[in-house]
Design a protein around this ligand. Structure first.
Ligand SMILES: Cc1cc2nc3c(=O)[nH]c(=O)nc-3n(C[C@H](O)[C@H](O)[C@H](O)COP(=O)(O)OP(=O)(O)OC[C@H]3O[C@@H](n4cnc5c(N)ncnc54)[C@H](O)[C@@H]3O)c2cc1C
Length: 275
């Protein structure tokens, strides 16, 4: 199919938000945020619901067009950046950013793929529950599921594999698949949810995510401890867990990292105290 036909066919999908064909408007989609990866795209599509994603993937599949799903574009491996050929199409999920339902009593919620973790926690603020996985970046929850994100809270709350209870995924053929169940206690069937988690768009496009939430702790404390060597630090972390201390994050910084943090945050007073 030539490019005029592709353009006409994409327009005929009648997406709520029109395709972006103008190269000048592609810039924010074809670079990653560190500018380590730079590509080109034929067009950027911004579907607003699962059915639109399905129509796009069916068209792409029938016409052998490569699709690059893109969530928050915070990834560090270039997976959301197209190659330099300019033949692929970016499927940005940016318009799919609605919280669909929250069941605070049941500790779960359902969101469209591009709700970010900060957006979700802002939404949950008055419900006494929160979403605990924190990979550092304000990534989209569909992107986090597709990369199997974890982060510093993994010690207590696990990873995306622990908290995703179900997914809505569009397969390359356009078929819509729903996986998982809201109930924690279930042994039925294949674990399709886990198959899609970490697949980075190679098996399909995640359009909705069902998540388990956690109660907000009544009190939170933090502490900085100094250790004379690596071995003592590691043994202490092991003991903290062995004694059942309800710890959520443990991060270790070596001397060089501490120096950099102290200099960056201008904590000279603290530096003097250490010396
Ligand atoms: C400062 C920083 C610190 C980080 N620390 C950690 C950490 O400690 N632990 C950790 O696990 N990660 C960490 N990360 C990586 C982080 O997990 C990823 O950036 C994030 O999960 C990607 O989500 P995204 O929505 O930005 O996806 P994108 O960057 O847009 O995409 C990432 C990949 O997923 C695919 N994809 C995106 N959305 C979908 C979808 N809806 N369906 C199918 N495929 C999709 C893309 O094609 C691409 O291959 C860190 C990132 C940053 C910037």
């Amino acid at each position: 199919m030539n490019s005029i036909n592709i353009e006409n066919n994409l327009k005929s999908l009648q997406l709520q938000y029109p395709p972006i064909f103008n190269k000048m408007d592609h810039e924010k989609y074809v670079n990653d945020w560190r500018e380590q990866y730079v590509g080109k795209t034929y067009a950027v599509l911004r579907p607003s619901n699962t059915e639109e994603v399905s129509n796009i993937l069916k068209f792409a599949s029938e016409n052998n067009i490569t699709i690059v799903p893109q969530g928050g574009n915070t990834g560090l491996c270039g997976g959301a950046t197209p190659d330099k050929s300019g033949n692929s199409i970016i499927l940005s999920l940016e318009k799919m950013n609605k919280v669909l339902s929250v069941n605070a009593g049941d500790f779960d919620c359902r969101v469209q793929a591009n709700v970010t973790r900060k957006q979700l926690n802002e939404h949950l603020r008055d419900d006494g529950v929160f979403f605990p996985i924190d990979p550092g970046a304000d990534a989209a929850l569909g992107g986090m599921a597709s990369t199997s994100a974890s982060g510093t809270m993994a010690v207590k709350y696990g990873t995306m594999r622990t908290v995703v209870s179900g997914l809505t995924v569009v397969l390359p053929s356009g078929e819509i698949v729903k996986t998982g169940t809201r109930t924690k206690k279930s042994s039925a069937g294949y674990n399709l949810t886990n198959l899609f988690i970490g697949s980075e768009g190679t098996l399909g496009v995640i359009t909705e995510v069902h998540l388990r939430l956690s109660p907000i702790p009544e009190s939170i404390m933090s502490a900085v401890c100094h250790f004379p060597d690596l071995e003592t630090a590691v043994l202490t972390s092991q003991e903290v867990i062995q004694y059942g201390v309800p710890i959520a994050r443990i991060e270790m910084l070596n001397k060089d990292q501490m120096e950099i943090c102290i200099n960056y945050s201008k904590l000279e007073k603290y530096k003097n105290k250490r010396e």
